[in-house]
Design a protein around this ligand. Structure first.
Ligand SMILES: [Zn+2]
Length: 326
């Protein structure tokens, strides 16, 4: 299937720009799809290539039915090249192979397009070689550079490209995108999806990678909070040993403690972990010393500390403090 432009969600500014290029018939030869990882840049680049190669493109890009669309969908369109690093960085031989291919006569009368992704991971030699192609691109050829971190790129490369800006999405949009995906919406409870969306920095791609960890984390904390046993606290403390302070790791326990604080004060109409309501209602009746609201505030304070060894010690103290019953 060829991607359509409207399959890229929440990036209206970038899509408007791409649609303007297509409708005006004047498409820059070097484009830089720039923005956070996981927000739709590569998908948009593929949809744009589809529109360039299609014989009957419409407002949404490729028609999906013509000979060129079918060729592209099967991965065999001779005018489309996809360049991805075989190792950590794109190397000069990979750029030279691209240049060699572009120097040959095109097989089809359609324009030629190459997607380089990620274009921000390139050796200096590769970048210098690519610069030559960007300075004098072969006719009817479009180079689409997809970059997560433009700051790490050679400024001369960036300045040769027309930038297509991709922005982080609002959490609600990320949540909607995840909910609609079979590998997320049907696999995880709504509360976990909402958490992942909230801590994803506006990136559906990142939210997807956070889902399994957040789900495990929530389970471990539910176990600690419902048993409040020394064993559960030790287990949880173990999980944090030697690990970095991964982004949003405390999001799951914060949401659980907030729900417990709400339930214990009679304000549980809008809890986040709706799927655990029964269990949390029971747990809310057995508060630690100081009550659930104080526990929530204490964890909130810890979560706002910068990553440092002391933070882990405070977390451990927090785990063990929870079992002192109020
Ligand atoms: Zn078509």
């Amino acid at each position: 299937m060829v991607e359509t432009l409207s399959s890229v969600l929440g990036q209206d500014r970038a899509l408007d720009l791409l649609r303007r290029y297509l409708s005006s018939g004047s498409v820059p030869q070097a484009l830089l799809f720039a923005g956070e990882e996981g927000i739709g840049k590569e998908k948009a680049a593929k949809a744009f290539v589809g529109a360039l190669l299609c014989r009957k493109p419409g407002g949404d890009g490729a028609c999906g039915a013509c000979h060129d669309c079918r060729l592209l969908a099967s991965g065999a369109h001779p005018n489309f090249l996809s360049i991805a690093p075989e190792t950590q960085f794109l190397r000069i031989d990979e750029i030279r192979a691209l240049q060699e291919e572009l120097s040959l006569k095109a097989f089809s009368d359609r324009p030629r397009a190459a997607i380089l992704c990620p274009a921000d991971r390139m050796t200096p030699q590769a970048a210098n070689a690519l610069l030559k192609t960007l300075e004098e691109p072969p006719p009817e050829t479009h180079l689409l550079l997809v970059a997560h971190r433009v700051a790490g790129m050679m400024p001369t490369i960036v300045s040769r490209c027309q930038r297509v800006p991709f922005l982080p999405l609002p959490a609600g949009t990320v949540e909607g995108i995840l909910s609609g995906r079979p590998d997320a919406g049907s696999e995880y409870p709504a509360a976990v999806i909402r958490l992942a969306a909230a801590v994803s920095g506006g990136s559906p791609g990142r939210a997807l990678t956070l889902l399994p960890g957040l789900s495990d984390e929530r389970e471990a904390w539910v176990s600690l909070l419902s048993k409040l046993s020394p064993r559960a606290a030790v287990d949880l403390a173990e999980r944090w040993k030697g690990e970095g302070d991964a982004a949003g790791r405390l999001a799951a326990p914060l949401s659980l403690l907030r729900d417990l604080a709400l339930l214990s004060s009679g304000g549980g109409a809008a809890i986040m972990n709706e799927d655990l309501r029964e269990l949390l209602t029971a747990v809310s009746g057995q508060p630690p010393a100081g009550g659930w609201n104080a526990a929530f505030r204490a964890l909130l304070t810890i979560s706002r500390m910068p990553p440092q060894p002391q933070k882990r010690l405070m977390l451990e103290a927090f785990f063990f403090g929870l079992r002192e019953k109020g």
